[in-house]
Design a protein around this ligand. Structure first.
Ligand code: COA
Length: 328
């Protein structure tokens, strides 16, 4: 019989420090009212000075491994999806491996911005279904506060820090029914950090010009997001041989409540089937979907046998969606 990959454990971790919209009002020209009505965000979590992405990822990973009733020694591969690695290299996945003592695991980071977690589970599915590996840990983890320009009110209000993780392995029922990924490198200027790579290494000028922070064309990203959330969801629902009526729950990337509501409307899915926690955390990029998945599961919103759509979009541009029939 062919091996089928599914999610066998899920966990998350967010840092303790809370930054509310009112806190942001004190340091930039914005208001709680503007942020709430334009984005749905009320507050976000921020790492403290001694925390980095690998610390958040480590805690989320241990929670997911425990949830799967496994030990770190059972993990064959660790994939960390992130745009805020602790360092350029070694990979954050290697740092997590050392922290959790997953001595048998191969490790790498995956960079697909906010779509990173969907890309990660797609890669894990291939390894498991080809019988190359049994248990793959997929983590989405970000310390975005480290790359935010607190002098740019159009981006600084949107993002937060956190980590979510799943353990994937062979399942006898359900599993990852389909995934659909896409990219459009022509959109590279919509969302990026211009400096710090090989094109524009760190220099006095790059720092003076604030080029190590996130830059975003908000309106362009907004229009792209609404269209692609619908298209990617429809594509993966069709390739799972399902219809929209068969979908029990949607876990979208948590960028903006207006994007989520517009996408749900286009999909003809009522908002009581859509998980939203961006009011508490803002956009955590690759961490948004796995943190939302963990919280929805703990709140009893998804049950064994449910068909769940995970869908995200982000810098690159990239996008991805997956239908998962819940197996735990
Ligand atoms: N506080 C108060 N006013 C703000 C503000 C803030 N934090 N940020 C922008 N504004 C102002 C603008 O300067 C503009 O003023 P003007 O009309 O005097 O020029 C006005 O608000 C409207 O700006 P606009 O950019 O048109 O707002 P918007 O309704 O499009 O909302 C975003 C802006 C960023 C919230 C929205 O475009 C968005 O969510 N885009 C998608 C971003 C995203 O999801 N990125 C991550 C992808 S993974």
């Amino acid at each position: 019989m062919n091996t089928k990959a599914g999610i066998v454990g899920v966990g998350s971790y967010v840092p303790k420090n809370i930054i509310s919209n009112f806190d942001l009002e004190k340091i930039m020209d914005t208001s709680d009212e503007w942020i709430k009505t334009r984005t749905g965000i009320r507050e976000r979590r921020i790492v403290d000075e001694n925390e980095a992405t690998s610390d958040l990822a480590t805690k989320a990973a241990l929670n997911a491994i425990k949830d799967a009733n496994l030990t770190p020694e059972d993990i064959d591969l660790i994939i960390v999806a992130t745009i805020t690695p602790d360092m350029i290299f070694p990979s954050t996945a290697c740092l997590v491996q050392a922290n959790i003592k997953a001595t048998k695991a191969a490790c790498f980071d995956l960079e697909a911005a906010c779509s990173g977690f969907i890309y990660g589970i797609t890669v894990a599915k291939q390894f498991i279904e080809s019988d190359a590996y049994k248990h793959v840990l997929v983590i989405g983890a970000e310390a975005l506060s480290r790359i935010l320009d607190y002098e740019d009110r159009s981006t600084a209000i949107l993002f937060g820090d956190g980590a979510g993780a799943v353990v994937m392995g062979p399942v006898s029922e359900g599993g990852v029914l389909s995934t659909s990924l896409g990219s459009d490198g022509n959109g590279k200027d919509y969302l990026n950090i211009p400096a710090g790579g090989s094109k524009t290494p760190a220099s006095e000028d790059s720092i003076k010009n604030r080029l190590h922070f996130i830059k975003m064309a908000g309106n362009d990203v907004f229009k792209f997001a609404v269209r692609i959330m619908q298209d990617a969801s429809v594509e993966c629902i069709e390739s799972a041989n399902l219809e929209i009526q068969d979908i029990d729950y949607l876990i979208p990337h948590q960028a903006n409540i207006r994007i989520i509501e517009a996408s749900a409307k286009r999909l003809k899915l009522s908002m009581d089937k859509v998980y939203v926690n961006l009011d508490k955390y803002g956009n955590m990029s690759a961490a948004s979907i796995p943190v939302a998945l963990d919280e929805a599961y703990r709140e009893g919103k998804i049950k064994k046998g449910d068909n769940i759509v995970l869908v995200g979009f982000g810098g690159g541009l990239t996008w991805g969606a997956s239908v998962v029939r819940w197996s735990i």
